[in-house]
Each structure stands twice: as structure tokens, then as C-alpha cells.
Design a protein around this ligand. Sequence first.
Ligand SMILES: Cc1cc2nc3c(=O)[nH]c(=O)nc-3n(C[C@H](O)[C@H](O)[C@H](O)COP(=O)(O)OP(=O)(O)OC[C@H]3O[C@@H](n4cnc5c(N)ncnc54)[C@H](O)[C@@H]3O)c2cc1C
Length: 423
Amino acid sequence: MRACDVLVIGGGPAGSTAGHLLARAGRDVVVLERERFPRFHIGESLLPANMPLLERLGVRAALDDADCVTKFGARIVAATGTPSVRIRFADGLLPCPPSALQVVRATFDEILLRACARSGADVLEKHAATHAKRDPNGWTVRVRGGERETEIRARYLVDASGRETFLATSRRTKQMAQKHRRVAVYAHFSGVPRDPGPDAGDVLLAVRRDGWLWVIPLANRTTSIGLVVQGNALRQFDRTPQDAFEHALKHTPALADRTRDATRISPVHVTSNYSYESGSAARDGALAIGDALAFLDPVFSTGVWLAMGGAETASAALDQCLAEPAKAKVTLATWSAAQAQTNRYYWRLIESFYTPEFIDLLLQPSDVPLFRSLVPALNSVFAGVGPGTFGLQARLRLFEMLQTFHRRFNLQPRLDLGSIFDP
Ligand SMILES: Cc1cc2nc3c(=O)[nH]c(=O)nc-3n(C[C@H](O)[C@H](O)[C@H](O)COP(=O)(O)OP(=O)(O)OC[C@H]3O[C@@H](n4cnc5c(N)ncnc54)[C@H](O)[C@@H]3O)c2cc1C
């Protein structure tokens, strides 16, 4: 039976990063991926905070060759057309690279997985983990590759199986976020014009009362367009997700000039009820990273960064556990607590984003100096800067207080964003 130090289930950004860094540290690591890459995946807008890690993995040149689009920020606009605000990563409160990339995930994930294999990890595509059993010395995982079933022994297990949530599903610890039952509908298009100049690569978000749309410029003049809508709004209007998507594309004034001559060049994909948490990040010598640990919401484009950043810290923790087994419990508990803190930070921001007060104040920034001091903090949040410093946290708390005041005293005009289903 094949035995290794660490078995990673899933070869997406989380799994390939973990496999890569553990192999580079000299550990014997196997990465199982049930698909053969390249394969389609959603999650195309990366964050500046992720760029140094891409450098460390040595994949920047390959990404440049793949014609990834550079983004310097985001434009967030009321779906009615005005007002709008431009987020510029370079104007953040905390140091961070000034730009990030928009990527075709089929290409991006393949580049990461090939780099993982080159670093010495044993990458097995078309191999799916089907069952995992724990004993005092580690894990035995049943693996299906084509017609064959085998078993692999590992000292530690990393669940990077994405929304499949391999471990949480078998342990029944997955908790859906009841308040955040949203549906995303998305496809690739050609014929979508871009802003002139350096803003051409920015992501555009058009916000409604009950949902929002994204426009992400990709390589080869392809554009990803997606709709996120509340599940109960869909039901109330008795629409299928695809109907709602087509309706929104026709009836969003802020996107009218972009979608007028757009041609859909991919199937329409739907992801429903996507927000959940899987429970503790580390338990019984098994770690969950990326979407296998939690998926919150795509609005801040944090998914790939949380997956890869979590994988980097997980591999450092596992390397330490293998070097000093006596301290493994504490090492993993500390790592797990840090993951929980990061998730709490983003949950709070996401809950805030989905209130009308957040959007009113974000899209209508006041000239009052107190408010202006918050803008760099918001730029940093959109760049993917994590829970980090006191200065950032204090400004975010202040922004929350302003939202509370606005709820009672109308600090700015109340925006009428309309519904996705407005004619
Ligand atoms: C609508 C939507 C929009 C999004 N937009 C963004 C965005 O703009 N920016 C962003 O950063 N993120 C975005 N995300 C999130 C992003 O897609 C994910 O967070 C990211 O892909 C997580 O990476 P991962 O490696 O954890 O999982 P994945 O990328 O899903 O990789 C998991 C891999 O595990 C494999 N696997 C599963 N089960 C098994 C098994 N049993 N055995 C072997 N292999 C297995 C799968 O085949 C897959 O390749 C979005 C998500 C949604 C739903």
C-alpha cells in the first residue's frame, strides 16, 4: 500500500498550493484530483493580497503567458446607473500590491497543479477519494482511479475537495448559512466592451436591492458575467435561475452598453445555496482548507485567496507537526483558531455588505473628513487584506457605526436600487 506523510484530497487552488509547499519542504505528499485538468471552474477574480503567494509558487511567468487580465480595482455601481464608486487597490490603508489578475480558472488551476507536480508532489488526476478512516497512526483513504480501487495511508489528511466538502459531509458537520441562501447564475460572453485605459481590467459590480451582477474581463476578449440573487426573491417571482439571469441582463441600466451586443459563448451555470461552514478546521489529524472549510460569499472575491492563503499556513503547520509530533496538537489548534478568526472577519463584512446602509454609504461617500478616512480602509478590504491591524479594524467598526446612524438619521439619501425583477 502506498504510504505518505500527507494526502491531499482535491487539486484546486487550495490542494495544489498545499501539495506544492509540502513537497517543497521535503515531505512525501500525494494529491488526488478526481478530474483531468484543465476543467471549468468559477472564481475568476483574484485579489492583490494573493499576488505575493503566486510569486512564491513561481507561477507568475506562466500566468503572464496565459494573457491574464490585470485589474487595478473595482467599480461598484447602482444597477440603475448612478451613483457609482471606484475602488483602487493602490490607495489602500495597508501595504498591498496595487493590482491583481482576472483568470480563466481552467488555465489558472492547471498552471498551479502542474507547478505542484514539478515541486515533487505525487499528483494523481482522475483519482477520487471515496472513503477515509482514522486510526491512532493516521488515515487510510480509499481511492478510485478508473476501474481500480486502491488504498493510501497517510500520517495527515488535507481536505481540499472544495464544495464537495469530503470530510464535513461524511462527518455531517456541514452547516448551511440559512440567512444567506443565494443563487448564482453565470456564463462567458464575447462582444462586451471594456472601459478605456488602465481601468479596462477592473471588475464591475452592479447592485440591486435583492442581488447583484458581476462583469469580469478575461483573456481573449472573453467576459464573465454573473448574477447573484436571493433564493426567496427567485421563488417569490416564480422564476428559474436562467430566466432571472436573462431578465437581469436585459433590464440592468448600468450594464446596458456592455450587454447590448454580447453573445453567450458558454453554457449557463448555476450554483445554489452556496454559503456554508464545515466546522473545526483541524480535527483528528485532518485539516480542511479552501471551500472544503467554508464558503461565505463571492462578493469580495475572497474565495481563491482564502483557499491558497489557508493552504500555505496549513502546509507550514503540517510541516511543523511532522518535525515535532509532540507539539502537533497545539500547532493545529493554533492554526485552526486563526482560520476561524479569518472567517469571522469576512462573515461580518459580508453581512454588512448586504444591508442597504452599507451600499448607501459606499456609493455616496461623504466629504466629511471622518468619512474620507474610511475610504482607504475599504480599498484594503477589497484588496483582500485580512483581519490584520488595529487601524483597519477600528475604521471598519467606525464604518459599522455610521451605518447604524444612517439607519436612524439618514446621513445620506436613501438609494432606490430596484429589484432584479423590475421590468
Ligand atoms: C458564484 C461564485 C463566484 C465566485 N467568484 C469568485 C471570485 O471572483 N474570486 C474568487 O477568488 N473566488 C470566487 N469564488 C470562490 C471560488 O470559486 C472558490 O473559493 C475556490 O475555487 C476554492 O478553491 P478550492 O481549491 O478550495 O476548491 P475547488 O477550486 O473547488 O477545487 C476542489 C477540487 O477538488 C476536487 N475534488 C472534489 N472531491 C474530490 C474527491 N473526492 N477526490 C478527489 N478530488 C476531489 C474537485 O474536482 C476540484 O478540482 C466564487 C464562487 C462562486 C460559487
